[in-house]
Design a protein around this ligand. Structure first.
Ligand SMILES: O=C(CO)COP(=O)(O)O
Length: 259
């Protein structure tokens, strides 16, 4: 059977702090069942990753990993080990099977005072432990796509200064997070294309991907014309049927009829 014509699209979900423990595991079981049977996943056209709350990582891995769904943490300490009360370090995350660590999410910047120095240090910590950082970048206020592209590329360049390794750049315009609608397809395409071009000029980040998050859900991926390597879902992934709908669109892209 011929393999997929293009690299797999990456479909990430952060559960943030929405779900309880059992709720997380019940949701994970539904996502595992979906992954086991959905042709977008079984054909290799889509790859899934899930970022649940820290205490659920081990049991969630037991449910999701057998179906090829990668796990990751929503945060990571800047240090690897030592007297850092309340923090969780990269070596532990790696040991329990994480592949990803999210850094720099707008909520952590806005609510917990994380700035560029901390975000860059967390990105370095993830890479040091062999984790792929899901590095969130994106402008705070709505502007033109060109302004957003320039600002976001500069942000990525700043945060990755001096670092080598494969990353997932999650383009999340802050004004589109928690909104009724994602940014427009034109806006997302302009910024993701600029990020892709920038990455392509940086061999030290070979293999990196650019995904879009911010009220992403069904109906979006097909409108991006391949300019993003995937989506980063928040609220709209709480209903597994929405995840199924996005996988359906990955299976039947670019104008093909989706039932
Ligand atoms: O921040 C996000 C993913 O990390 C997006 O969240 P929402 O899709 O709920 O806006």
């Amino acid at each position: 059977m011929p393999g997929p014509a293009r690299p797999p699209l990456l479909l990430g979900v952060s559960l943030k702090m929405y779900f309880g423990h059992h709720q997380t595991l019940n949701w994970a079981r539904k996502i595992a069942t979906l992954a086991a049977e959905h042709p977008a996943v079984t054909s290799g056209e889509a790859r899934l990753f899930v970022l649940p709350a820290f205490p659920t990582l081990i049991p969630a891995a037991g449910i999701l990993a057998p179906y090829g769904i990668a796990l990751g943490a929503q945060d990571i300490a800047t240090e690897d080990t030592g007297p850092y009360t309340g923090e969780v370090g990269g070596p532990l995350l790696k040991e329990i099977g994480c592949r990803y660590a999210e850094v720099g999410h707008a909520e952590r910047r806005r609510l917990y005072g994380e700035g560029d120095t901390v975000v860059a240090a967390k990105t370095a910590a993830a890479l040091r432990s062999g984790l792929t950082p899901v590095l969130c970048v994106g402008e705070r206020d709505r502007g033109t796509p060109q302004e957003a592209a320039e600002r976001t590329v500069a942000e990525a360049a700043r945060l990755l200064t001096g670092l080598d390794g494969t990353v997932v750049l999650a383009y999340e315009p802050q004004w589109a997070i928690g909104a009724p609608e994602p940014a427009s397809a034109e806006h997302i395409a302009a910024v993701c294309t600029a990020l892709r071009n920038w990455l392509d000029s940086r061999p030290r980040h070979a293999g990196s991907q650019v995904i879009y998050g911010g009220s992403a859900g069904p109906g979006l991926i097909g409108r991006l014309g391949g300019t993003a390597d995937g989506l980063f879902l928040g609220r709209f992934a709480h209903d597994p049927e929405n995840v199924r709908a996005v996988l359906d669109e990955i299976r039947a892209p670019a104008g093909a009829a989706v039932a």
